[in-house]
Design a protein around this ligand. Structure first.
Ligand SMILES: Cc1ncc(COP(=O)(O)O)c(C=O)c1O
Length: 369
């Protein structure tokens, strides 16, 4: 058999243009690499909930394990009913995914064609760009102003070819947020042929997250996405959802893999929604941690971006070196080179003890007291 034709010769051109997503390093990988104890290594690199999984969720998951030989309910019936009750939306307005990342991909499958333009912030959550490129569309990246999405600039970037606009509230990695008034005004100003995807991955950390449901009910083209990976502590289960009009949800449903959300994740998500105490505790812990790290950066004169998420972006200098040295100390954070911010580190908020360890490690590697 000849080997003159390789897979690379056969692959779709868009695959070769696809950047590779660099995730936060798992604890076990770093511990193995540096020969350190995984038990004492901490990961503040992927904006996970440091409180961990709620005991009530663990109970629910355990009682579901012996049903794992059944396929899941592809329609996520119980979760759909629960969310409809909580939001006042109809059950038909929801679409579920393997993390909210899959919701973005379903938007791509359903709506983004070759040659379409997709408007996003330049340092917006990187998956918007990956999805756009995956569907052979053109990312139109609008520079941020003061690390915040420039809604006027994004509106100006909208053209006849624009299909989708991605707006995170707040953004990762900057942690910044446009005001509710600005977002509402922006949503109203977009032309009819453009779909606004509002990414609400960190909405539960806000006192009063922007509410686009009235505009949605008015017929505006809006898809909101939420996740169970952040305040609900279920990142490893992979479950998120979108809400939009029933017409939009049913179109996205057509391009969804039939059993895209596994049954354990559905049970976990339902239990997490029923455990609001855990959510409140998580929010409170995050507020304390944000204050602790902000106060530290402030006291040491380290520039940082005030954050509304469960992470914070700080300008530390040579982050490739600092990241390496911190890893050797058993503290994993996230350098922002892939976002075009090589001087910046994104640090997820941990427990009080983890935040203290982070501060001590930073003092050591930055040689400050
Ligand atoms: C802004 C934003 N959106 C979406 C996600 C994706 O979350 P998931 O796919 O775990 O639901 C993340 C994860 O870090 C995020 O920061």
């Amino acid at each position: 058999m000849g080997t003159s034709i390789s897979y690379t010769d056969l692959v779709k051109p868009s695959v070769l243009n696809q950047p590779v997503y660099e995730p936060g390093k798992p604890i076990e990988v770093v511990a193995r690499e540096f020969g350190i104890d995984p038990e004492t290594t901490i990961k503040l690199a992927s904006n996970e909930n440091p409180l961990g999984v709620s005991p009530k969720v663990l109970e629910a998951v355990k009682s579901f394990l012996n049903q794992s030989h059944f396929y899941p309910d592809g329609g996520c019936y119980l979760l759909r009913q629960k969310l409809a009750g909580l939001t006042g939306l109809t059950p038909g307005q929801f679409i579920f995914g393997n993390g909210s990342n899959e919701i973005f991909e379903l938007v791509g499958h359903a709506f983004i064609s070759e040659g379409d333009e997709v408007v996003m912030g330049e340092q917006a959550f990187i998956v918007y760009k990956l999805v756009t490129l995956l569907f052979d569309a053109k990312p139109m990246e609008v520079p941020l102003v003061d690390f915040t999405h420039d809604l006027g600039g994004m509106l100006a970037a909208v053209s006849e070819r624009t299909k989708v606009v991605f707006l995170p509230c707040p953004n990762n990695p900057t942690g910044t947020l446009n005001s509710n008034e600005q977002v509402l005004e922006f949503a109203e100003a977009l032309p009819e042929h453009v779909i606004l995807v509002l990414d609400e991955a960190y909405a539960e950390y806000q006192q009063e997250p922007v509410d686009l449901r009235p505009l949605m009910a008015d017929g505006r083209k809006i898809i909101c996405s939420r996740t169970f990976s952040k305040i609900y502590s279920l990142a490893g289960f992979r479950i998120g959802y979108g809400y939009c009009s029933e017409e939009c949800a049913s179109l996205m449903n057509r391009v969804r893999e039939p059993f895209n959300v596994n049954s354990i994740a559905q049970a976990a998500a339902l239990a997490a929604l029923n455990d609001q105490d855990w959510v409140d505790k998580s929010r409170e812990l995050n507020e304390q941690g944000l204050k602790m790290l902000s106060d530290f950066f402030h006291a040491k004169g380290i520039p940082f971006v005030p954050s509304r998420g469960n992470f914070i972006l700080a300008e530390l200098g040579d982050c490739a070196r600092i990241f390496n040295e911190m890893e050797q100390e058993g503290v994993i954070v996230r350098p922002m080179g892939p976002y075009g911010l090589p001087e910046y580190m994104r640090i997820s908020i941990g427990t009080g003890i983890q935040n203290q360890r982070l501060i001590e490690t930073l003092q050591k590697v930055l040689d400050i007291s």
